[in-house]
Design a protein around this ligand. Structure first.
Ligand code: ZN
Length: 412
């Protein structure tokens, strides 16, 4: 029976969000946390964007070292041969790609404005797929942007052409969040049945249905006989009203009425990392988690009314669908209320040694301390906010990789 996988796109769709961004070290930590959680794949960035090159290379090195394993790291580019060539020039060791092109008549008329026909879209896409294969790519996903507003027969033709040229997955993008659970189910089921390709379900929240649509889309792919790859972002951060939230979607798949009795995950998810990843993304993006966010919001397990409080104390299952412990919540948090020593971009050696000592990190020499401190200063310059413990530990453990992440060389 086909299965459901999670493919997180925070490091691509998430960072495309207007007014928001992540440092390269923050993006790296997100890949590490996604791997810890058991997420199958991370769309880790933009291989044709020059300032991403060293970050992408460094993360591929971490994969090679076994630090980012078994997660699959995949880059997003446009489905044109020029982007494929640039990708292999800038990030030669990349192994997985998604190639994206608009498929709806709205986009063909409104965006390409007569410069491309439906046939041109397919020929651009297959040429790009062929080019990626000629460079030895391992897997390719082909993205139909605005799939929900695309003529279904044409979408099937698009998918079949991709498959014929050896593409591995077809991404159904509900780019504008236009679908509802009923339409996306039917579309994706038909697509799966007629193309015989695993389907990626990529949903946006413009009508507040990203999570529900993801669930319905995944069901459609499986009922159509194919694996489903649900695209998510942490805390639902993404363009406009955002994407399907990672934690909420995992909860919907694993906890909603009867779903897991019929459908299966392809890879076990360690939900107990959920609280940590949501909090880190909130800090890194500088966007608070809404009070009522499923699973990770401050009120997700809060009860005050008499009947509810009494009921949940007698038996949590009276008013809670799942336990806070499953998400890794419940550990007491220690907040410094007195003197604080913080590592910043102008920090000196003695404060830094004190800070690292509190985390039981010691250095073998003054030179080594200086070197790690220098990297920590640069990491602060890049993120413009104090680093969390895991970032400091990462730099101390992988200084060479950290140096690569922090190296930005603009064009001359
Ligand atoms: Zn998107």
């Amino acid at each position: 029976m086909p299965k459901i996988y999670f493919l997180d796109v925070t490091n691509r769709d998430g960072v495309q969000t207007a007014k928001l961004g992540l440092s390269k070290l923050e993006k790296t930590l997100i890949n590490i946390y996604l791997n810890d959680m058991g997420v199958f794949q991370s769309e880790f960035g933009f291989p044709t964007t020059r300032h991403e090159s060293l970050y992408l290379q460094a993360n591929l090195e971490l994969a090679e070292m076994g630090v980012l394993k078994p997660i699959r790291l995949e880059g997003w580019i446009r489905a044109i041969t020029g982007d494929v060539e640039t990708t292999f020039k800038l990030v030669p060791s990349i192994q997985h790609l998604n190639l994206s092109i608009s498929t709806s008549d709205q986009m063909i008329d409104g965006k390409f404005q007569g410069r491309k026909t439906r046939d041109d879209i397919i020929s651009d896409m297959v040429e790009a797929v062929d080019a990626a294969h000629s460079h030895g790519i391992k897997t390719i996903g082909v993205n139909a942007e605005d799939a929900s507003r695309t003529d279904l027969d044409y979408l099937i033709k698009f998918g079949l052409a991709a498959k014929e040229h050896g593409a591995d997955r077809l991404r159904y993008c509900d780019t504008l969040g236009y679908d509802n659970p009923f339409t996306i189910y039917e579309n994706i089921k038909t697509l799966a049945e007629n193309t015989g390709m695993p389907i990626e379900v990529h949903c946006h929240g413009d009508l507040g249905m990203a999570v529900g649509n993801s669930l319905a889309g995944a069901k459609g792919a499986i009922d159509g006989g194919q694996d489903a790859y649900i695209n998510t972002t942490i805390n639902g951060i993404g363009e406009r009203a955002g994407n399907a939230d990672l934690i909420a979607t995992i909860l919907a798949v694993t906890k909603s009425k009867g779903f897991l009795e019929k459908y299966q995950l392809g890879k076990a998810i360690n939900l107990s990392k959920g609280w940590k990843i949501a909090r880190f993304a909130s800090y890194a993006f500088g966007v608070p988690i809404p009070l009522n966010q499923p699973g990770v919001g401050a009120n997700a397990f809060a009860h005050s009314s008499g009947i509810h409080a009494d009921g949940v104390l007698k038996d949590p299952e009276n008013y809670e669908l799942y336990s806070f412990k499953e998400l890794g919540r419940g550990e007491p948090r220690f907040v410094e209320t007195g003197r604080e020593i913080i590592a910043g971009q102008y920090s000196g050696i003695s404060g830094f040694r004190h800070l690292m000592g509190k985390m039981e990190v010691t250095f073998s020499s003054k030179e080594e301390t200086q070197e790690i401190l220098e990297l920590v200063r640069y990491a602060n310059v890049e993120s413009q906010k104090p680093l969390v413990e895991d970032q400091l530990l990462f730099i101390a453990k992988y200084p060479k990789i950290a140096k690569k992440l922090l190296t930005l060389t603009p064009l001359e």
